[in-house]
Design a protein around this ligand. Sequence first.
Ligand SMILES: [Zn+2]
Length: 312
Amino acid sequence: MKDNYYIGVDIGGTNTKYGLVNEKGEIIFSGSFNTKLYKNPKDLASDIYYDYIKKSNEQHIKASGIGIGAPNGNFYSGCIEFAPNLNWGENIPIVHIFSEIFQLPAILTNDANAAAIGEKFFGAAKEMKDFVVLTIGTGLGSGIFANGNIIHGKNGYAGELGHTTIAESNRKCSCGRIGCLETYVSSRGILQTYKEKCASDVRETVPDDMTTKEIYNLALRGDEIAIETFKTTSEVLGRSLANLILILDPEAIFLFGGIANAHPILIPTITEVINNNVLSLFKDKVKILPSALINKNAAILGSTALFYLKDN
Ligand SMILES: [Zn+2]
């Protein structure tokens, strides 16, 4: 049988990566581009095309289609809509652009859905029909599988868990509203929590560019404020996930994204808070797990898996 290969493209505000992926989820070759250097998405797609053609000629492999994962990527319209970190206008017809340049069919979804589809086809959710993947990084996204299907919603916007509001927060969100979950559960949110806790201590000013990884490393070394910061983050997330569990009854919730690397410190508190906040029949029913693709490019893999989802 002839192998099928698809191109997966992960468009991010800082970097855009692509890879040629086989049916086993192995990346045959890949490339990375600095998104900020491109004034328009056509130039970016052209550069990816030339890189792909060069490498595919060397290896004598051709792709059958292009899956694209992008922030605010809409599965139905094929457009990236109102993405705050991309400066290419409000409505970017990315599917049209890529399919014209590559002369191949293209499909788009948002990056969190791509991660969830990647988990389903190449990760730890192969046998699961009901699960959620949380992508925790600059923001908080979620990709939801229910009854074996990814949930797009009526308009393609389903899964905006990061912008559900929580009672604990009066922080301003990047979306312009006040009190979104991602004002606590994201790199920016974690830094703010750490800063607030440090302000009540006698510490020097916390630098604005301190990373979640640095705060996590402090926690691993026993720094109490850093440990408390992750505890607060886990508690806030745990209470939100308890509500999500009551609605969806998932088998597992996977943590994905840079911050998910802190899962050894996050998961015990999240699990405890969930158990304290769900109906007793849900207790210990839902597994909170690190994504099996945590150190791989799940968005590239998941974007290509869009084609398998379509075939099913
Ligand atoms: Zn928001």
